[in-house]
Design a binder for this molecule. Structure first.
Ligand code: SF4
Ligand code: SF4
Length: 142
């Protein structure tokens, strides 16, 4: 993938404050990501020799809609987890379910991320398709 796109994506990741997450996974439901993130995740899985996990709709239901990347109570793609996971505990819509003391990002910080994300979407032109783990056929969402 275009190095510039990866750089922009990582710029967004870095700008999201790291949260003192207790790894309880209470917030790990179905996740969405877009194609550059999908490629980062795939590359990571290949590098780590981890098989890609694909659940059926029934398996999702059985696993209470959680993300399939929680293995042995651990996120196995943590270094490349998508933006939505990084925002957990950092924004009011995705408050931490465990801690009542999480520090939410300021409006300026959020605006910066939004602007960078819009720039990235423009830059990716055609590879900005959103994916979701909760799709029975795991195809791109139009
Ligand atoms: S609920 Fe809070 S502590 Fe638990 S995994 Fe999510 S962000 Fe971390
Ligand atoms: S990618 Fe990791 S942090 Fe995100 S929902 Fe899945 S297990 Fe949780």
């Amino acid at each position: 993938m275009n190095v510039k796109i990866i750089k922009s994506l990582k710029k967004i990741y870095i700008s999201i404050p790291s949260f003192n997450c207790q790894n309880c996974h209470q917030c790990c439901g179905p996740i969405i990501w877009f194609e550059p993130e999908e490629i980062l995740i795939k590359d990571y899985l290949i590098k780590k020799k981890i098989n890609r996990i694909i659940w059926t709709k029934e398996e999702f239901k059985h696993n209470k809609m959680r993300c399939p990347y929680i293995i042995n109570d651990k996120c196995i793609i943590y270094p490349v987890r998508p933006i939505v996971c990084r925002l957990q505990g950092n924004i009011s819509d995705l408050k931490c379910k465990l801690s009542t003391n999480c520090k939410l990002m300021s409006q300026n910080e959020l605006n910066f991320i939004r602007e960078e994300f819009i720039k990235l979407i423009k830059q990716t032109n055609g590879i900005n398709i959103l994916y979701s783990t909760y799709k029975p056929e795991y195809e791109s969402v139009p």
